[in-house]
Design a protein around this ligand. Structure first.
Ligand SMILES: [Zn+2]
Length: 365
């Protein structure tokens, strides 16, 4: 044996044995670490918190997703409240915290699974996407890769696979996936609803947002993949990224409580609820994107009604000279605005929503 091989053998012998996961329950800061969730085996009438092992990283450490489970005293629907799959979209995280803190498990029929911030990596980077270290670094959108694959593909696809298979599968009957518009842009309170599936419209209406869009969905999103599995799901947009908007957060908390009442999970409140304003229902959107680069002055606000030809925004170069005027290509309601003043070509200025009466658009186009 050469001295080098001898040294290598000694190093191998000195390697520390991997811990046996079966021996003891892992804990992190007093919170149990789980590899899989089965809500049906949890004690009834209890609220529990966990760290879910969602992905192993390049240095061998794990990304832990916070999970709060409220299992009611009696069985009923099982509602998933997901938030922060886009790491810079934060309003939904506060909604989950408040809803879960408010649940009286002794009166709850069914189970609520709250995820206050799914995309741990995105949150660390204050970014929409998950960071991948391989090949010098890349970003992946976790909300385009569901249901993922635990054993194949990049680490974002694997993250999605573990979340789908080990955290959600078999645990969920209804889904509200909370988002905001992307950084630099804003939505009101807004629900995407694929009303072709029974049960979706009921959730959307109980949430009582400013706007509901009937929409066939996008492959790989939490909403669409649950809908495809015949589990009613909506995407719930709450305003802006990177901030907590208390008015929208409180409206969302009330909306989720109404969903739980409508689904028989909670008893109706004793007091007669206030009359709610009806949401605007649309089935088609039109995005007005920047065709030049430069600074944008908006002439409209969220939820304004605009008519065809109306001025929406003016774009200027660094000297303040006008380079572009943007007008409404049709009548509609202002659904989204790009309110970060600098706008590059292709980025959103204003998005309008309207009702297209064509039969082919009835359920969204
Ligand atoms: Zn999002």
């Amino acid at each position: 044996m050469t001295p080098l091989i001898q040294a290598a053998t000694m190093l191998a012998l000195a390697a520390i044995a991997a811990p046996d996961a079966a021996i003891a329950q892992d804990m992190l800061g007093g919170v149990p670490v789980i590899d899989k969730l089965d809500v049906n085996t949890l004690p009834r009438g209890k609220l529990t918190t966990y760290w879910f092992k969602a992905a192993e990283t390049n240095n061998g450490q794990w990304l832990y997703v916070p999970v709060i489970v409220a299992r009611g005293a009696e069985d009923g629907k099982r509602l998933l409240l997901n938030s922060g799959i886009h790491g810079d979209e934060l309003n939904g995280i506060r909604v989950v915290q408040l809803v879960m803190a408010d649940i009286d498990v002794t009166k709850l029929k069914g189970t609520v699974i709250g995820i206050p911030g799914l995309n741990v990596s995105g949150s660390l980077h204050a970014n929409r996407q998950m960071y991948l270290s391989a090949d010098g670094g890349a970003l992946v959108d976790l909300n385009r890769n569901m249901p993922g694959d635990e054993a194949k593909g990049n680490n974002g696809i694997r993250f999605d696979g573990r979340v789908w298979n080990r955290l959600w599968a078999g645990n969920v009957d209804l889904v509200i996936d909370m988002h905001t518009q992307s950084t630099g842009t804003a939505y009101p309170l807004y629900v995407w609803a694929d009303v072709r599936l029974d049960g979706v419209q009921k959730i959307a209406e109980a949430l009582n947002p400013d706007v509901i869009k009937y929409d066939p969905g996008d492959k790989g999103t939490v909403e669409t993949e649950f809908d495809r599995a015949k589990i009613p799901a909506v995407t719930f947009e709450l305003g802006r990224a990177k901030t907590w908007q208390h008015d929208l957060i409180l409206r969302a908390v009330s909306g989720i409580n109404r969903v739980m009442v409508a689904e028989g999970m909670l008893a109706p409140p004793a007091a007669t609820p206030a009359t709610l304003q009806k949401p605007f229902i649309g089935n088609e959107t039109t995005s007005i994107n920047a065709s030049s680069g430069g600074f944008v002055e908006l002439h409209v606000a969220l939820l304004d009604k605009v008519t065809k030809g109306q001025s929406l925004a003016t774009q200027m170069n660094p000297f303040g000279a006008v380079v572009k005027e943007y007008t409404a290509p049709q009548d509609g309601l202002v659904l989204a605005i790009g309110d970060e003043p600098t706008r590059e070509p292709g980025s959103l200025i204003v998005r309008l929503i309207h009702w297209n009466p064509q039969d082919s658009c009835k359920q969204g186009c």
